[in-house]
Design a protein around this ligand. Structure first.
Ligand code: AHR
Length: 502
C-alpha cells in the first residue's frame, strides 16, 4: 500500500503568531532535577555556584524562553522563604509531595542566577496548598519590589540589589487533584486564587497570572472546575492552565501516536469554557491558555513505587525516552502550534532528569534524550506565524481513537528570515508517506534542509554509553520546485522541512 497525503499552506491563512513562550519548560524540586541535575557543587563541570555547565550548554541549545519553578506538586508544601538567605541557616525539610528530604540549598535567588545563564525567564508558582495570600504577596515583594520595604530590603541584604522582575506567576499547582497537598474544591480554589491575585497585582501591577485548570482531560471535575474557577478569577488572571501526559503502558503504538488528537480536543474544550465564561460575564477580555505541563510520562511509574522515602534527590520520574516517545512529543508540539492563537505559554515537563529531554549522571556525563530533538527543532524553527494546515491524509482507526490521519503537520512562517518550516510526522509504522505541500501564495521557493528523526527500532533510546543512538540527520528526501514541496516521509518519522520563501 502506498500512502500519500497533501497539505496546502497559504501565508494569508494565519492561525496566530507563535508566542515564544510555548517553548518553555519546567524545573521542579523533584528527584534529580535540581540536585544532581542543574545544580551539583563539586561536579567537574560545575562553576563556583554549583551550576553544571554541561547541562547549561544543552539547555541553551533548546532556547527555552521561560521555565516554570519550583513545582509542581512540590510547591503546594513549599515555603519559598526557606530557600533564601545564608545557606547554613536554611532548614532541611520533609517534602510530602514526593516523600523526600529538601535541603533548601537552592532557592529563588539561585534559580534567578541559573536562568540568567540559561537565557530564560522565570515562571514562578506560589503555594496555595499550605500557604495563602500573605506568603504570595511577600514573594512578589521580595522578587520584584525595588527597595524600601521589609521583603525587598531582605532580598538586597541577601545580595540581590536588582529585583528579579518575575513577570509570570502561577496561582498554585493542580489544585483539583486529590494528591495535591491542600487539595481544594473549585469554589475554595477559585476564591483563594482571586484574593491572592488581587494582592499580588497590588504589590506589582506589571505581573501576569495563571489560574489552575484541570490536571488533565480525564479528571472527573474537568470542565466544571474550569468554569467555576474562571467565574471567580476571570478578571484577575491572564491565563488558565492545562496539564496532560501520555503513555504507552499497553504497547499500543498506533493509539499512543494518536494521543495528540485528544490534546487538540482538550485545548478546544478549554477555549470553549473560557469563551463561555467571557460571554456570561459580558467581558471584553480574552483568556489565554498556559499548557504548563505536557509530555510523555509512564516509563518510570513502576520503579518509582520501589523508592525508599526521605532520600535527598533520589532518581524519581527518570523516564528513558524511546524513538516513539519522540514522535508523540513531536505531535504534541504540532498540536500546540496549531493553537497558537490561544495557547501562549507551554512548558515541556520537565527539563533535566525528571521526565526530561536532558539526562545526567551524578558526577558524570550529561546527554540528550530522544525527545530533546523535536523540542529543539520546534523551538529553533517554529517561531513566526502559525499557518492553517489544510491537510488531506488517509486515516486509521484504533480501538480507542478513530479517524487518525497518518500525516500530522503544521507550517510556521518566519517572515523576517524569509523562511517557512513544515513540521510533519508520519504516523504509519510501516509505510512511507508520499507528501506534497502546495505553497501557492509564496511564489518560487527553495529548500534549506530536510531534517529527519527516525530509527528502525521504535524502542531505541539514548544512554550515557550511546548518547547518539537516536539523533536527527539532514538527509531527508524533500525537493522544492517552484512552490511545491514533495518528500517521501519514512515510516514513524519526525520531519522538519525548512524552505526559503520570498
Ligand atoms: O511533572 C511531574 C508532576 O506532574 C508535577 O509535580 C505535577 O504538577 C504533575 O502531576
Amino acid at each position: 500500500m502506498t500512502l500519500s497525503a497533501s497539505m496546502i499552506v497559504d501565508k494569508d491563512f494565519v492561525i496566530g503568531r507563535v508566542d515564544d513562550r510555548i517553548f518553555g519548560s519546567f524545573i521542579e524540586h523533584l528527584g534529580r532535577a535540581v540536585y544532581g541535575g542543574i545544580y551539583e557543587p563539586g561536579h567537574p563541570q560545575a562553576d563556583e555556584r554549583g551550576f553544571r555547565q554541561d547541562v547549561l550548554a544543552l539547555v541553551r541549545q533548546l532556547r527555552v524562553p521561560i521555565i516554570r519553578y519550583p513545582g509542581g506538586n512540590f510547591v503546594s508544601g513549599y515555603d519559598w522563604r526557606d530557600g533564601v538567605g545564608p545557606k547554613h541557616l536554611r532548614p532541611r525539610k520533609l517534602d510530602l509531595a514526593w516523600f523526600t528530604v529538601e535541603p533548601n540549598t537552592f532557592g529563588m535567588n539561585e534559580f534567578a542566577d541559573w536562568t540568567k545563564q540559561a537565557g530564560s525567564s522565570i515562571m514562578w508558582a506560589i503555594n496555595l496548598g499550605t500557604q495563602g495570600i500573605e506568603e504570595a504577596r511577600q514573594a512578589v515583594e521580595y522578587a520584584n519590589h525595588p527597595s524600601g520595604s521589609y521583603w525587598s530590603d531582605l532580598r538586597i541584604e541577601h545580595g540581590y540589589r536588582e529585583p528579579h522582575g518575575i513577570k509570570t506567576w502561577c496561582l498554585g499547582n493542580e489544585m483539583d487533584g486529590p494528591w495535591q497537598i491542600g487539595h481544594k474544591t473549585a469554589e475554595e480554589y477559585g476564591r483563594i486564587a482571586a484574593e491572592a491575585a488581587k494582592v499580588m497585582k497590588w504589590t506589582d501591577p506589571t505581573i501576569e497570572l495563571v489560574a489552575c485548570g484541570s490536571s488533565g482531560l480525564g479528571m472527573p471535575t474537568f470542565a466544571d472546575w474550569e468554569a467555576t474557577v474562571l467565574d471567580h478569577t476571570y478578571e484577575h488572571v491572564e491565563y488558565l492552565s492545562l496539564h496532560q501526559y501520555y503513555g504507552n503502558p499497553d504497547n499500543d503504538t498506533p493509539t499512543f501516536l494518536a494521543r495528540s488528537l485528544q490534546m487538540d480536543e482538550f485545548i478546544r474544550s478549554v477555549i470553549a469554557i473560557c469563551d463561555y465564561v467571557k460571554a456570561k460575564k459580558r467581558s471584553k477580555k480574552q483568556m489565554y491558555l498556559s499548557f504548563d505541563e505536557w509530555n510523555v510520562w509512564f516509563h518510570s511509574h513502576e520503579s518509582d513505587k520501589k523508592l525508599e522515602p526521605w532520600q535527598l534527590a533520589p532518581p524519581r520520574l527518570e523516564d528513558i525516552y524511546t524513538m516513539e516517545d519522540a514522535l508523540v512529543v513531536g505531535c504534541m508540539l504540532i498540536s500546540l502550534l496549531k493553537h497558537a492563537d490561544r495557547v501562549k505559554i507551554a512548558c515541556l515537563a520537565q527539563l533535566v532528569n525528571v521526565i526530561a529531554p536532558i539526562m545526567t549522571e551524578n558526577g558524570g556525563a550529561a546527554w540528550a534524550q530522544t525527545i530533546y530533538y523535536p523540542f529543539m527543532h520546534a523551538s529553533l524553527y517554529g517561531r513566526g506565524q502559525s499557518l492553517v494546515p489544510l491537510i488531506r491524509s488517509p486515516k486509521y482507526d484504533t480501538k480507542e481513537i478513530t479517524d487518525v490521519p497518518y500525516l500530522e503537520a503544521v507550517a510556521v512562517h518566519h517572515e523576517e528570515n524569509g523562511e517557512l518550516t513544515i513540521f510533519a510526522v508520519n504516523r504509519s509504522l510501516d509505510e512511507r508517506l508520499q507528501f506534497e505541500a502546495d505553497l501557492r501564495s509564496f511564489g518560487a521557493c527553495s529548500l534549506i534542509e530536510h531534517l529527519v528523526l527516525e530509527n528502525a527500532d521504535l524502542k531505541a533510546v539514548n544512554t550515557s554509553e550511546a548518547p547518539d543512538r537516536v539523533k536527527p540527520h539532514q538527509a531527508g528526501s524533500a525537493i522544492v520546485s517552484e512552490s511545491k514541496v514533495t518528500a517521501s516521509l519514512s515510516p514513524a518519522s519526525w520531519n522538519v522541512i525548512r524552505v526559503r520563501v520570498s
